[in-house]
Ligand binder design. Structure first.
Ligand SMILES: [Zn+2]
Length: 136
């Protein structure tokens, strides 16, 4: 079990480090000034690429934050001796699943169920009021 702890801690440290690196000033890549003949066209292309990179890092960042939270939670569960137990149904989580994703808190079945109900809940607001209109 110490292996898992070390892996979780290393993973968490790495994830936090990545968030920190993204966090402060937003990651403007340093473009080498050595490109000789930059036309206006090339500048525009660069600008677009920078914007795309920025949006990408926002998405990546929230994923990383989510992962850091999960890793921290998994570590806490490890300390409490509840690591590897599905927090939904209390059944042990398959070791292969834990090896692949040490931060998971639920078994495959519950994860699947949670994802399905999340998907069912998501469009509920949009469908509201649309149901009755269909009747006639
Ligand atoms: Zn479960």
């Amino acid at each position: 079990m110490d292996d898992v702890k070390q892996r979780l801690e290393a993973d968490l440290a790495r994830t936090v480090e990545r968030i920190r690196r993204m966090g402060g000033g937003v990651v403007f890549e340093e473009f080498p000034g050595s490109i000789g003949d930059r036309t206006a066209m090339a500048d525009e292309v660069d600008l677009i690429r920078v914007n795309e990179d920025r949006e990408m890092s926002f998405a990546t960042r929230s994923l990383l934050v989510e992962r850091a939270n999960k890793l921290a939670e998994a570590l806490e569960r490890l300390r409490e001796g509840e690591y590897g137990i599905c927090q939904e149904c209390g059944e042990p989580i398959a070791p292969a699943r834990l090896r692949a994703m040490p931060e998971v808190l639920t078994c495959v079945r519950c994860q699947d169920m949670l994802e399905r109900s999340a998907r069912r809940l998501a469009p509920a607001g949009a469908a509201f009021g649309g149901d009755e209109g269909d009747e006639d």
